[in-house]
Design a protein around this ligand. Structure first.
Ligand code: FES
Length: 300
């Protein structure tokens, strides 16, 4: 018995190469979570607020699942936390849930492109489509086979395949060719688009992309000329996550007008074809010098 409070870590699994899965007691969030939503995490009292898209939740157990890739001071610090330790605060669920449409599973498919740690946030959205009866094609890309996770039979994607069978096609690819198709998530996607915008005979109904910003842009640039609806789930820099501070601003082009959307309240999912990626991408590097200085200060 861990004496779990609402933000206590009850399980921790090292997935691969600095990527860690946490199961955290958070009954209120687990009760109301919907696919596509995120939480705002304050790891320790004087820490930084970071957004993490929900990777899973269990209402009965009152837990949520968060997957963290150690990159900056906060994420590296979180990944050092142990079972039984508590986060200072987790707020959520935040953001709009994924918009789900019903498609004919015999004729249409929803294509997901997940890059690296984009797989955890993709997972509950793909599952929701499957539960709705939609056919899903999951393109899951990793840098290399040493970074694979959740794909074994007894892990999340493996179990999804066992549960939904033919409703789910999974295509793996790796940048170095050590697993699955040699290439990026755009490699099989481009083939589908060139092949009449079809995957195994099904029309691509929409594409959902989650992963590094450059990858999402590449997916968006690829689908745009084909007119295939594409949604990007944006893990922007966030502070208040209530639409007030402007940190998560996404410049979008609405019929020639530049409009500011905010990933925290208008997203995290946004139509990727209206995002002004040239203006948006540099925002991810805004605090690089401070991040580097902070890592040095904290000995990472
Ligand atoms: Fe402040 Fe979105 S995080 S406006």
């Amino acid at each position: 018995e861990l004496g779990a409070t609402p933000q206590t870590i009850v399980d921790k699994i090292d997935l691969a190469g600095g990527i860690v899965e946490f199961i955290v007691k958070a009954p209120m969030i687990a009760k109301s979570a919907r696919a596509g939503q995120f939480v705002r995490v304050l790891a320790w009292p004087d820490g930084e607020l970071i957004p993490l898209t929900l990777a899973d939740w269990d209402e009965k157990e009152g837990t949520i699942c968060l997957v963290v890739q150690g990159m900056g001071t906060t994420s590296l610090g979180i990944n050092k936390m142990k079972i039984g330790e508590s986060f200072a605060g987790i707020a959520g669920p935040l953001g709009l849930p994924s918009e789900l449409h019903h498609y004919d599973p015999k004729k249409q498919t929803v294509v997901f492109t997940a890059g690296g740690v984009g797989l955890p946030p993709v997972y509950p959205i793909a599952r929701e489509h499957l539960r709705l009866g939609n056919h899903v094609t999951l393109i899951s890309g990793f840098r290399s086979s040493s970074l694979l996770f959740w794909i074994a039979e007894n892990e999340r994607v493996g179990k999804l395949k066992a549960e939904f069978g033919d409703l789910l096609d999974v295509i793996y690819c790796s940048n170095d060719g050590s697993f699955g198709i040699h290439g990026f998530v755009t490699t099989p996607l481009e083939e589908m688009l060139k092949n009449g915008k079809k995957s195994k005979g099904r029309d691509i109904a929409e594409v959902v992309t989650i992963g590094p910003p450059l990858m999402m842009r590449a997916v968006s640039d690829l689908t745009k000329p084909y007119g295939v609806k594409t949604v990007a789930s944006l893990n922007s820099i966030m502070v208040d996550a209530t639409g007030m501070c402007g940190a998560c601003m996404v410049p979008v082009n609405l019929d020639g007008r530049m409009v500011r959307k905010h990933a925290c309240v208008d997203g995290p999912e946004i139509d990727s074809h209206i995002i002004d990626w040239d203006k948006f991408l540099p925002r991810f590097g805004l605090f690089k010098p401070q991040e580097q200085a902070s890592k040095v200060k904290h000995g990472f």
